[in-house]
Write a protein that binds this ligand. Structure first.
Ligand code: DQA
Length: 148
């Protein structure tokens, strides 16, 4: 059976393409989903790609992924820097978690330098735009193959 990778996108990422394009680029969330789907297909994986502006919904989706997914890629957006609850949900899952940020959060305002979610992540990719999601999928594929 094809392994599913849950890809979660946090608040305001629905506005990709028009939101601060100098920071986040001009590609849309749909473009990002297409890139992820194509990359996953090449790796023999399937994706469940979602976006929410609500902390509780993201947490519920992490709970859902516990039993149905082989790994999680998450761009927690603003919740990276604020959400102990999202970190706790991710710490409760037994599957590998990769954290992705489009921008290089370490080059930006100091409040973005700390991510609670990083404590629950096996790896963190930032500053590479959409390519970060592609690389996270490749890394998860490698991790899952090592588990075989
Ligand atoms: C972001 C970085 C966060 O600091 C910010 O709040 C976002 C997007 C990124 O992808 O670069 O919304 O996670």
């Amino acid at each position: 059976m094809t392994s599913i990778i849950t890809i979660l996108n946090g608040p305001n990422l629905n506005l990709l393409g028009t939101r601060e394009p100098e920071t986040y680029g001009t590609g849309t969330l749909d473009d990002l989903e297409t890139l992820c789907a194509e990359t996953a297909e090449g790796l023999g994986l399937a994706i469940d790609f979602r976006q929410s502006n609500t902390e509780g919904e993201l947490i519920s989706w992490v709970h859902e992924a516990r039993t149905r997914s082989a790994g999680i890629i998450i761009n927690p957006a603003g919740y990276s820097h604020t959400s102990v609850a999202l970190m706790d949900a991710l710490l409760a899952v037994d599957i590998p978690v990769m954290e992705v940020h489009l921008s290089n959060i370490h080059k930006r305002e100091s409040f973005r330098h700390h991510s609670y979610v990083s404590r629950a992540a096996q790896g963190v990719i930032c500053g590479l735009g959409f390519a970060g999601y592609r690389l996270a999928l490749i890394a998860l594929s490698d991790i899952l193959e090592e588990d075989l």
